[in-house]
Design a protein around this ligand. Structure first.
Ligand SMILES: *Cc1c(COP(=O)(O)O)cnc(C)c1O
Length: 226
């Protein structure tokens, strides 16, 4: 089914939008099935799970970290992670920079914004992001690169609300681009949209969508944020 699901999802996403197949909690065999169907970009939300999957899977996979990142676990993913979608503090960014330096890498990151009505979702407000970007601490970092923004909309059937939240994220992107990344070619990503709302996200300007259950089926295990 994974192959068929992938094909359906791909057909509804324009070619220039990247599809991140969110494989969290799913076994390696499921990822292999998606890989054999041509998928090369996968998203995980736990550092150790991602490290263990990286170890046994083909090395041309791009691994994207999409979960809340604990500073003491960055070391497990720093050697290979392609993009961290979920930077929500200067502290985490500094810790990523440190681990990236140890590995002789520059790690691409997105700033995660809180756009949903739910209290539980992580993320920055615009003013908090600007405080980070104008700080001396941020300016001294040499092994990270901020490539754009990420956000999760409210989990609701209210399409107008979801659309407004995605618009808000795009406005945040535009503001940051103008004020802090003008002339930068790498600040270009808007990561938004999941299984239930990615078509809206694409219409509102997503450059990346993160789709899990629509590809791999419902997740069975309870999710914890680590
Ligand atoms: C789990 C998760 C997804 C994918 O969710 P689905 O609804 O299964 O598509 C996308 N983004 C983040 C941050 C996630 O944690």
């Amino acid at each position: 089914m994974i192959k068929e699901n992938l094909s359906v999802v791909r057909q509804t996403i324009p070619a220039e939008v990247r599809l991140i197949a969110v494989s969290k909690t799913k076994p390696v065999s499921d990822i292999e099935e998606a890989y054999n169907a041509g998928q090369r970009v996968f998203g995980e939300n736990k550092a150790l799970e991602m490290r263990d999957k990286y170890a046994v899977l083909p090395k041309d996979i791009e691994w994207h970290f999409i979960g809340h990142l604990q500073t003491n676990k960055i070391k497990y993913i720093a050697p290979f992670v392609s993009l961290i979608h979920s930077i929500d503090s200067l502290n985490v960014l500094q810790a990523v920079d440190k681990e990236a330096a140890k590995n002789g890498r520059i790690i691409d990151c997105l700033l995660q914004f809180h756009i949903a009505k739910e209290e539980t979702k992580f993320g920055l407000a615009l003013n908090e992001a600007e405080d980070i970007l104008t700080s001396d601490e941020y300016k001294s970092l040499t092994h990270i690169r901020i490539c754009g923004v990420m956000g999760m909309a409210t989990n609701t059937d209210d399409e107008a609300l979801v659309r407004n939240e995605f618009r808000e994220l795009r406005n945040i992107f535009n503001t940051l681009k103008d004020k802090h990344f003008a002339g930068s070619t790498f600040f270009k990503e808007i990561s938004m949209g999941m299984s239930e709302d990615y078509p809206i996200a694409v219409k509102e300007g997503a450059t990346m969508v993160r789709v899990g259950s629509k590809i791999f089926g419902k997740r069975i295990y309870a999710e914890v944020n680590d």
